[in-house]
Design a protein around this ligand. Sequence first.
Ligand SMILES: Cc1cc2nc3c(=O)[nH]c(=O)nc-3n(C[C@H](O)[C@H](O)[C@H](O)COP(=O)(O)O)c2cc1C
Length: 191
Amino acid sequence: MSHAPLKIGVLIGSVRPGRFADKVSRWFLSEIGQRDDMETHVIDLSEPVLADELKLTLEQSDAPTLARRIGGLDGFVVITPEYNHGYPAALKLAVDYVYREWRAKPVGFVSYGGMAGGQRAVEQLRQVFAEMHAVTLRDTVSFHMAWERFDDDGRPHDEDGSAKAAAVLLDQLAWWGLTLREGRALRSYDG
Ligand SMILES: Cc1cc2nc3c(=O)[nH]c(=O)nc-3n(C[C@H](O)[C@H](O)[C@H](O)COP(=O)(O)O)c2cc1C
């Protein structure tokens, strides 16, 4: 059976100048770009319009741009580093400023960092996304000692292994993405 491509948001969680995220994201976007069952939409939290919306303020904004973009998508891959055994503050703001738009949608993770490869950030994000009624994927792509894992052109040294890990993640995203898209079309999610 053929389906309309899933609209997948790739969220880039680091907003640091000179971030390593650019290397990881470029690689992952080329992997997801090879699939004809997915249409990719990059949500880079350092984009000026989003960074402006996500400024720390005492009053919570409605974040209309971010909410509209998240709301139009069928699933997500969050690209996250690990900072002090957690995930970037910008990612927490992004999750919190959007509410219903996350519901009944799958979320996968590509993480990177030192020894733990960003896994501690991912495990914390799972708890947060559960509260948003999102479904997180079991398998992740993880780069430990990330700065040693890519060549100067941004290609992972273990190109095959990295591509296989991405394929596992994306296959799970495809299953959940289609299943939940059909579910949302059949009945409203009122959980
Ligand atoms: C404030 C800060 C805290 C960090 N804490 C950790 C950590 O707890 N565990 C880890 O594995 N790496 C840690 N790192 C290393 C980062 O994961 C690594 O520098 C990564 O490349 C950061 O991603 P970015 O450059 O895309 O922002 C830390 C880096 C920063 C800047």
